[in-house]
Ligand binder design. Structure first.
Ligand SMILES: Cc1cc2nc3c(=O)[nH]c(=O)nc-3n(C[C@H](O)[C@H](O)[C@H](O)COP(=O)(O)O)c2cc1C
Length: 224
């Protein structure tokens, strides 16, 4: 399977990039083909007024690497992972700009819209979030936003890893070990369940293998 990681920090040796590398390692270990893109290296313009900016043939006229990013890395991916620092309790601007500019590529006037929409629908997505604060709700804005974006795009948001650190690389010292969690997410990108249960799932009433003589039951997805 093909995994594309979009890195949104201007620090290419920062904490979100470190988590991205761990995710890459996990995904490669599971046999996936992983590409990593630094958004700052690709985009050099914000979304503009499409009415004045769109070419007569419906293509975006901002001359940078965004069209290639969309067509060569995002659309063909089976999973897209966003690695971003927490900035002002939101995602980094480059990642927001990625979503803003994607609008031109899914609009009715874009000649390859059908191809883009077909590629995006059904993809798996994940989030790697680096922040200085460990406060439980600090990163929830990003999670809520991605939940809505992926719901709209008919995707499966399978996991988020939060790493706490401020200095470059400091996330490696987070006692919750987000690097290991990111590696695991990469390894399990296509096997994790998007939702634990649905109302109509057959399910056991235990979550973990019980240590004290309780019978281990098979879950709805087998003995996983
Ligand atoms: C512009 C800016 C805004 C930030 N806002 C927050 C914030 O709201 N909450 C927080 O916990 N950390 C905040 N931070 C700290 C970063 O999230 C933290 O240093 C993170 O580890 C950086 O990730 P990186 O190394 O991948 O760039 C901010 C940092 C910058 C530069």
């Amino acid at each position: 399977m093909k995994v594309t990681i979009l890195c949104a920090s201007p620090r290419t040796d920062g904490n979100s990039r470190l988590m991205a590398e761990s995710l890459r390692q996990g995904a490669v270990g599971s046999g996936h083909d992983v590409g990593l893109v630094e958004l700052h290296a690709v985009m050099n313009g914000l979304l503009r007024d499409c009415r004045t900016c769109r070419r007569p043939d419906g293509r975006c006229s901002i001359e940078d690497g965004f069209a290639d990013l969309v067509h060569d890395h995002v659309v063909p991916a089976d999973a897209v992972v966003y690695a971003t620092p927490l900035y002002w309790y939101g995602m980094a601007a480059s990642l927001k700009n990625f979503f803003d500019r994607l609008v031109c590529y899914v609009s009715a006037s874009y000649p390859r819209r059908g191809e883009v929409a077909k590629g995006l629908v059904g993809q798996r997505t994940g989030l790697l979030l680096a922040s200085e604060e460990s406060y439980l709700t600090a990163g929830l804005g990003v999670i809520f936003q991605l939940q809505e974006i992926t719901r709209y795009m008919h995707q499966e948001f399978v996991g988020a890893v939060a790493g706490v650190g401020n200095q470059r690389g400091e996330v490696a010292f987070d006692p919750a070990d987000p690097l290991a969690a990111a590696e695991r997410l990469g390894a399990e990108m296509f096997t994790r369940h998007y939702s634990d249960y649905w109302l109509d799932s057959e399910r056991p009433n235990t979550v973990w293998a019980a240590p004290h003589g309780c019978r281990r039951e098979m879950g709805p997805y087998g003995d996983v």
